[in-house]
Ligand binder design. Structure first.
Ligand code: FMN
Length: 311
């Protein structure tokens, strides 16, 4: 007698008003605008492509060197190099629309008004299913302090983006804060539907022979497996404080097991960042691992894992 086929595993992922076909998305800034991974990734298995950070005007970014390896991770100070929102819409977005993959636009501004303008401009762009406001940007009206370091500044920028678009609003939190829950709460109270966490952790590395920092800018953002325990802790803290808010977890995810850990901590979806630099098809492999785990436990839906850590 032949073995019964495994029960189908439901991969659909509900993030408030945003429904994705799979819980695995790409992390902003590590997957370009998708075309860079043409032929390397099965786009039909991605929940969405979160594109590289966009600004109103084109930006050249930081001088090189702007990435370096560190133990179990990397530092970057790309400085938001991007062609600007108009070129993105005209020249980059159509390629993704042809692949029929949902697009999440990552927004970056120096002022509250810049974020709002970006959200307005992307609101009716084809294929864009949500915006993700990266609030780790320096606020030029506030002495250059990152929006996401202060609950009041977080509330201002999130409130302005909320007014500017009807698209689902994801707010991407900075881990470089003392109290992540205070920032998360400010974002949700100002209109965020979903929270993404975490962005990179501030770090620095020095070449002992030249005595110079290994990044031209000195400091940079640490990503990769080195930050995973910090990210898991933050996802768990936010989930515990705000259990009704859907979370996208990221930070060092290379395998399905990493993704399961994030989901047990409270993430409904996960993003693969630095992992795509190590293995271009990492996002697909993470989904394979999640499916294998779900089948092994005979789950009906991966959503059953969310927040399932036993304390
Ligand atoms: C080279 C590089 C560029 C990034 N650019 C952005 C960006 O433009 N906007 C953003 O919100 N996050 C950006 N990030 C942060 C990632 O999306 C992600 O939050 C972080 O790297 C942690 O995930 P990971 O350890 O899987 O890379 C960038 C990360 C890297 C490594």
């Amino acid at each position: 007698m032949s073995e019964a086929a495994p029960a189908p595993l439901d991969l659909r992922t509900v993030l408030g008003p945003l429904e994705l076909r799979s819980p695995v998305v790409t992390a902003s800034g590590t997957f370009g605008y998708g075309i860079e991974y043409d032929g390397l990734v099965d786009f039909s298995r991605l929940g969405a492509v979160v594109v590289k950070g966009l600004t109103l005007e084109p930006r050249e970014g930081s001088p090189p060197p702007r990435i370096c390896e560190t133990p179990s991770g990397m530092l970057n100070s790309i400085g938001l190099e991007n062609p600007g929102v108009e070129v993105f819409i005209a020249e980059k977005l159509p390629w993704l629309v042809e692949r029929d993959v949902p697009v999440i636009a990552n927004l970056n501004g120096g002022t509250v008004e810049e974020y709002a303008q970006l959200a307005r401009r992307l609101g009716d762009a084809p294929g864009v299913v949500a915006v993700e406001a990266n609030i780790s940007c320096p606020n030029v009206d506030h002495g250059g302090m990152e929006f996401g370091k202060d609950p009041a500044q977080t509330a201002r920028v999130v409130g302005a983006v909320r007014e500017a678009t009807e698209l689902p609003l994801i707010v991407k939190l900075s881990p470089n804060v003392t109290d992540i829950v205070a920032i998360a709460r400010a974002a949700v109270e100002s209109g965020a539907n979903v929270l993404s966490l975490i962005n990179t952790l501030l770090g620095m590395s020095i070449d002992i022979f030249s005595r110079r920092p290994r990044l031209a800018r000195g400091k940079g953002g640490l990503s990769g497996p080195a930050i995973k325990p910090v990210a898991i802790r933050m996802v768990w803290e936010v989930r515990r404080a705000l259990p009704e808010v859907p979370l996208i977890g990221m930070g060092g995810i290379l395998t399905g097991a990493d993704a399961v850990e994030f989901m047990l901590a409270g993430a409904s979806a996960v993003a693969v960042g630095t992992g795509s630099f190590v293995t271009p098809s990492a996002a697909n492999q993470v989904l394979d691992g999640l499916i294998e785990y779900g089948r092994h436990l005979k789950l009906r839906s991966l959503a059953e894992l969310v927040g399932g850590v036993i304390l």
